[in-house]
Design a protein around this ligand. Structure first.
Ligand SMILES: [Zn+2]
Length: 276
């Protein structure tokens, strides 16, 4: 069978239920609890660690991906310099100085399983660093100003449209394994979860439509797996959204299979690709 994986960062199980988003639910759906091996220092699920495991099938302690990108020794040097110790955004400083980061990559992935594999901006494999930096820059540019925040939201939607455009261009091609990735719900979830749930719902409905459209395009013998790296919940200070420990999944076929850990995805994809 063919396999189509739709990675949706930060998609929260409870909101899919609450807003009854049938497109996202598919035939079977649920969630599993993310274990602490995928956490960051703040004690919540950490996005790059999770996606690296999803595509490689190996645990974080083996793939060692601990960020979207690494600045290597250069940043370590800057960090240690006493004069910049108090400056926030040292990475930006490094970037301004013309020091280029390297995107974190896993060495072996799902996309080596077949020659007919297409990955659209998948973290840990071929995500475009520029996309990430654009978002980050826009965020730093005005997180305390209302206009700055509007600018940030516009950037998030612009990047989403870019991901969508590429997805629908690539999905029309011939493939056995297809994976795409969307960050809209994570980025807006942090902003909107507590104070603007209506705006967040618009974003969830958008993803519901994207999935429906994908389902109409892919060939019939395709397993469609939707997966999130974590969900979203209220932060302890009740100001923003925080990563929840629920990893959402849904599938378009009748099966008893249920993922219990991110390493299960790789094994399942191997099996699906090998069956007719
Ligand atoms: Zn995430």
């Amino acid at each position: 069978m063919r396999v189509c994986i739709i990675g949706i960062d930060g998609l929260e199980y409870n909101l899919v239920r609450k807003w009854k988003l049938r497109g996202l639910m598919q035939k079977r759906y649920g969630y599993f609890i993310v274990t602490d091996e995928y956490f960051n220092k703040e004690g919540v699920p950490y996005t790059p660690k999770v996606w690296a495991t999803v595509i490689s099938g190996i645990k974080p302690k083996e793939h060692k991906v601990s960020g979207f990108y690494s600045w290597g020794k250069v940043l370590d040097l800057i960090r240690r310099a006493p004069i910049v110790r108090h400056i926030k955004g040292k990475r930006f400083l490094a970037y301004k100085l013309g020091l280029k980061p390297k995107a974190s990559r896993v060495s072996n992935s799902l996309f080596d399983l077949t020659e007919d594999a297409i990955a659209v901006y998948v973290p840990g494999y071929n995500d475009v660093l520029k996309v990430y930096l654009t978002i980050l820059k826009s965020f730093k540019g005005g997180m305390f100003l209302k206009e700055g925040l509007n600018e940030y939201v516009k950037t998030i939607w612009r990047i989403h449209k870019l991901r969508k455009k590429r997805t629908f261009e690539e999905i029309k091609k011939d493939w056995k394994l297809f994976m795409t990735y969307f960050d809209l719900l994570d980025l807006l979830g942090h902003l909107y979860y507590v104070k603007y749930p209506k705006k967040l719902r618009i974003a969830y409905m958008e993803m519901d439509r994207v999935v429906e459209k994908i389902r109409r395009i892919v060939p019939e013998d395709t397993v469609i797996l939707i997966l999130s790296d974590h969900g979203m919940e209220e932060s302890p200070d009740s100001i923003t959204g925080n990563h929840s420990g629920r990893a959402f999944w849904s599938i378009n076929i009748d099966t008893e299979w249920r993922p219990e850990d991110f390493t299960d995805i790789y094994k399942a994809v191997v099996r699906w690709l090998g069956s007719s």
